[in-house]
Design a protein around this ligand. Structure first.
Ligand code: PEP
Length: 259
């Protein structure tokens, strides 16, 4: 599966206050160093709540940890009268390498449209933060058998207007909504089917050379005991992990692709 550097990311969602977040990150770093995790082989990232990011930055920089971090969302705007929102330039200044865009919980709970998400993807690139664009179908769409069309439509809308070098840097996470937080895991072949379709779509939009570069992740009830099989698939370059990323030992085993 690894023509590209594997990317294992933990989405903490609205869990872990700034004190708990530091403890979790310290335990994760300790577990990974103890296991002689090879930072050159696998990239690890965490997505804590905004209020944790300053503490995460201090810990990562102070202890020289090889763990990237990012926000769970950003505003499509640079600054101004947008109460409650966070700008990509603030994330950049806090050392965020990445930002999630269009997680299914944002799409459903906050009604984020494909147009807004496209603006967020562009805002992330503008401020030097790499977007992790999340796409994926709900249960009804899966049952109707139109999941590939549905997901590719989200992809096309999300990447509209990107330059080739931006598309090459992008990370896309395929997260079937019916598998998020439910214990239902898509089979490795489902993850491969969609990631291959995403890669083919990127090829038709940006050409073969560019389409070979972005990393495609699977997300949805990933645990240490199913990670390795999913990662074996050719077009799956990594994992976006929710619940299991809150357990440092479990997440470290996912990073090591072990059960
Ligand atoms: C997620 O929130 O991106 C996710 C995949 O969650 P979980 O692993 O808990 O299903």
């Amino acid at each position: 599966a690894f023509d590209r550097k594997p990317f294992i990311a933990g989405n903490w969602k609205m869990n872990m206050d700034h004190v708990q977040g530091i403890t979790l990150l310290q335990k994760l770093a300790w577990t990974l160093s103890d296991a002689k995790h090879d930072y050159n082989r696998v990239e690890v990232a965490v997505f804590p709540p905004f209020t944790d990011l300053r503490g995460v930055q201090t810990l990562v920089q102070g202890d020289d940890l090889h763990i990237a971090y990012g926000g769970q969302d950003l505003s499509p705007f640079d600054s101004g009268a947008y109460t409650g929102d966070i700008s990509g330039q603030f994330l950049n200044k806090l050392g965020c390498a990445y930002v999630l865009v269009g997680h299914s919980e944002r799409r459903t709970i906050h009604n984020e449209s494909d147009d807004v998400l496209n603006a967020k993807v562009k805002a992330a690139f503008k401020h030097g933060v790499t977007p992790v664009l999340c796409v994926g179908e709900g249960l009804e769409v899966r049952q109707a058998g139109t999941h590939v069309d549905h997901t590719l439509q989200q992809l096309r809308a999300g990447v509209a207007g990107l330059a080739n070098e931006q598309a090459a840097e992008l990370v896309v996470a395929y997260e079937p909504v019916w598998a998020i937080g439910t214990g239902e895991v898509a089979g490795p072949e489902d993850a491969q089917e969609m990631c291959a379709a995403i890669r083919a779509e990127l090829e038709s939009l940006f050409g073969a050379e560019t389409a070979g570069k972005p990393r495609l992740l699977y997300g949805g009830s990933v645990k240490a005991n199913n990670a390795a099989a999913i990662l074996q698939e050719r077009d799956v370059d990594g994992l976006l992990v929710g619940g299991a990323s809150l357990d440092p030992a479990e997440f470290a085993n996912i990073v090591r692709f072990e059960s």
